[in-house]
Write a protein that binds this ligand. Structure first.
Ligand SMILES: Nc1ncnc2c1ncn2[C@@H]1O[C@H](COP(=O)(O)OP(=O)(O)OP(=O)(O)O)[C@@H](O)[C@H]1O
Length: 278
């Protein structure tokens, strides 16, 4: 894998942000920090505010309180759209597939912030597009219409479009949805390599807690719009935190040799009582 050594190295932090839909505040006083070379996983039950917070980091949802800024102090609100798109990209959970585009054209779309305004020149385009397609394993689909793809194939094409954007920060909302087992693992491997080998800061929403444990340097747990835990996986992925957050009893095993964390939901309720003895 060859990734441009000139990729911007960056970090992004939200401090005490409130996020609302109309008058309905759905995320309260949330703070999150994405650092260069680190993978941060957002976990939590449905409706807890993960996607809203991720969208806010990409400036797709404006905070009603608090601030979001890059590590050099630049407020995300101060950048023009092209500058912002050169620093951060988001693979959203839902998106409309444009009609009439081939796979390669959609991946190429990711280059939009790098194209010169008038001439349209983008010397890095071919290399970035080829790399993104190779990383996501979609070369063989290049000429296919995007609309004719399966859900998993389309997911990989959208991810390739984000990677072609060559940003220092990558936000992924449930990137493994629709993917078969092999591509779930491969995409998570790619994410880890982007962080480890190329210094990219990644924030991603995951529902699979074991995947979050395996890939993340840091895990942020959201419950009802509030961050209730934030730290390394072993500190956040505890039976107490997970059982409380998800409202179901969750057991956590830590492999004594490699420290790998695995979780198991074992019941409908978390009010586990000792068994009555005869
Ligand atoms: N467009 C919208 N208009 C109004 N309320 C919304 C909108 N989108 C989300 N919400 C509400 O905001 C809250 C947080 O939603 P969000 O999608 O951020 O949660 P999530 O943790 O990503 O959920 P999931 O795991 O189901 O994807 C929920 O109560 C949801 O109903």
């Amino acid at each position: 894998m060859t990734i441009s050594p000139t990729l911007p190295v960056d970090g992004l932090a939200a401090r005490d942000v409130d996020l609302a839909y109309g008058r309905d505040v759905v995320v309260r006083a949330a703070s999150i920090e994405l650092r260069s070379g680190m993978v941060t996983a957002l976990i939590g039950p449905n409706g807890s505010g993960k996607s809203t917070l991720l969208r806010a980091l990409a400036r797709l949802h404006l905070p009603s309180a608090g601030a979001i800024s890059f590590h050099d102090g630049t407020d995300v609100l101060s950048l023009d759209p092209r500058e912002l798109a050169r620093r951060v990209t988001l693979l959203a959970q839902s998106r409309s597939t444009p009609g009439g585009l081939s796979v390669r054209e959609l991946v190429e779309y990711g280059r939009h912030p790098h194209r010169a305004r008038w001439s349209g020149r983008d010397p890095g385009a071919d290399e970035a597009i080829a790399r993104a397609m190779s990383l996501t394993g979609i070369e063989a689909l290049a000429e296919r219409p995007v609309q004719a793809l399966s859900g998993g194939q389309a997911q990989r094409v959208w991810l390739a479009s984000c990677l072609a954007q060559d940003t220092g920060l990558l936000l992924l909302d449930e990137p493994t949805t629709f993917l078969d087992l092999r591509y779930q693992i491969e995409i998570l491997d790619v994410v880890r390599e982007l962080a480890d080998d190329h210094g990219i800061g990644v924030g991603l929403v995951l529902h699979d807690l074991d995947q979050a444990a395996a890939i993340a340097d840091r895990v942020l747990l959201l419950e009802g719009g509030t961050v209730t835990a934030d730290g390394p996986p072993p500190e956040v992925l505890t039976p107490e935190n997970l059982s409380r957050a998800y409202g179901i009893r969750v057991e956590v095993d830590v492999d004594p040799v490699d420290g790998r964390i695995s979780t198991r939901a074992v019941g409908r309720h978390n009010d586990v009582r000792p068994r009555a003895t005869a």
